[in-house]
Design a protein around this ligand. Structure first.
Ligand code: EPZ
Length: 416
């Protein structure tokens, strides 16, 4: 079983380009189904999850290929409407194919999706929303058997601003009869990227980034080219890495506005952060300070995807940081692994109290999920001795050139 070996204590210095956003690419690849014409998607990271999406498209009869950061898709030959169970299990966002497949073919068959185990992750809002738009969805033996002649636009009020449900509705609504309005829609930047892609295809979508997204259904969508936005959580990973290890780094091709709250928390932790257009400079040379209370919230609040990463930094701050995870009910699985490295963390339900310790020590640890795994690497960069981090399939689902990027900044990190 391969592992990443990290010998901590080396400050990070240098410049890295931020990869394209995984969580944008996946719904955008699903959206290509809505047009029967070729699409070219640029700035796609080379990740297991992108590979899984390409395989879903190929299974459906589409031509899809990844090369050098570009996915080319031609969905003209699409001749199936089912997604195989093994591909559904590989990633949670396979469920966003539901709205798109139904819209294109009028039928879809798929099982419940897999993905990171962050506690219960129901898809009830996806299903109830598509039903409101006219879909007939039955559950049989763990499979969803779905039919929708042509979706009808309507008003949908989400009880939670779910990212995936907002995307699924947008995909279903783009070619629907009439207008769909999503109230309490997710505000995440990836919703804006999906809106930009649908509009480049000839769609009529507005409001992304606000609580109400409006989709006027159109008769057809054309093929197009699109550049995916930078990955704010990959950027957050590098920023927490330098906060943990110390040093001075520069991130290029970033979108600092998407990271506003993280940048302000890192500033509170004692990092010096400067932004200049698409460049972020981050420096940490003094002692880390505690960050008070960090509560995860839907965007623009503190992202749940950066909770574990920041916790790895808080482990060595001079004082107590309190985390409150409000989005997922099982997103503290990395805590047990951080404890192996000498961290002092107490968890009571959704609250984790982190008392900074003087030193962390290298240990054998295992990734529990994508961001939890990256957080262990962030902690290991500051630990004394060697950490062996296994469970790399999680990291490979979401990070391109994970250890190469950190090594280029001076980390002592190798995959064996
Ligand atoms: C997206 O997941 C991201 N994944 C996640 O990133 C991210 O953590 C999450 O949004 C929150 O920002 C992708 O974009 C592929 P949600 P998603 O629907 O869409 C509940 C990463 O590390 N809910 O906004 O699955 C749900 O249980 C990944 O890159 C329902 O109850 O998240 C959760 O408590 C991990 N019913 C809350 O809503 C539903 O039908 C938010 O989930 C749907 C969601």
């Amino acid at each position: 079983m391969s592992a990443i070996y990290i010998s901590g204590g080396k400050p990070l210095n240098g410049s890295v380009r931020v990869q394209g956003a995984k969580n944008s690419v996946l719904p955008i690849l699903a959206a290509t189904i809505l047009s029967g014409e070729p699409c070219v998607i640029r700035n796609c990271p080379n990740l297991l999850d992108v590979g899984t999406s390409v395989r879903i498209l190929q299974h459906l009869g589409c031509k899809a290929a990844y090369k050098d950061g570009v996915v080319t898709v031609d969905t003209a030959g699409m001749n199936r409407y089912d997604v195989p169970e093994d591909l559904m299990r590989e990633m949670r966002s396979s469920v966003v194919f539901l709205g798109a497949i139904l819209s294109r073919t009028g039928e879809a068959v798929m099982s419940y999706p897999g993905g990171c185990d962050l506690g219960s992750r129901p898809i009830d809002l996806h299903i109830s929303s598509l039903k409101q738009m006219g879909a007939d969805i039955r559950e049989e033996g763990g499979f969803l058997i779905c039919k929708a002649h042509r979706f009808t636009g309507c008003d949908i009020c989400l009880p939670i601003p779910s990212v995936g449900a907002t995307e699924n509705i947008m995909l279903a609504a783009a070619l629907a009869r009439g207008t769909t309005r999503i109230f309490n829609a997710a505000h995440e930047p990836e919703i804006g990227d999906l809106q930009a892609f649908l509009n480049a295809m000839g769609g009529k979508v507005s409001g992304a980034g606000s609580s109400t997204v409006v989709i006027e259904g159109v008769r057809r969508l054309n093929g197009t080219e699109h550049q995916v936005i930078p990955d704010r959580i990959a950027a957050a990973t590098l920023l927490t890495a330098v906060a943990s290890a110390g040093g001075e780094i520069e991130l290029t091709k970033a979108r600092p506005d998407d990271l506003a709250i993280l940048l302000s928390v890192l500033n509170e932790a004692g990092c010096t952060i400067q932004t200049d257009g698409t460049v972020i400079h981050a420096k940490r040379d003094g002692q880390l300070k505690p960050m008070g209370r960090v509560q995860t919230m839907p965007h623009p609040g503190f992202p749940t995807d950066a909770q574990a990463l920041l916790m790895a930094v808080a482990c060595r701050a001079e004082g107590v940081t309190v985390f409150c995870e409000t989005i997922f009910d099982g997103r503290y699985r990395h805590v047990g692994e951080l404890l192996r490295m000498g961290a002092d963390i107490q968890v009571v339900e959704r609250v984790a109290v982190v008392k900074g310790v003087k030193r962390l020590t290298g240990a054998r640890v295992c990734s529990t999920d994508l961001r939890g795994g990256a957080a262990l690497a962030v902690a290991a960069l500051a630990a004394e001795g060697e950490t062996a981090l296994s469970g790399l399939n999680h990291i490979d689902r979401g990070y391109e050139r994970f250890e190469e990027n950190l090594a280029s900044l001076g980390a002592d990190i190798k995959r064996k």
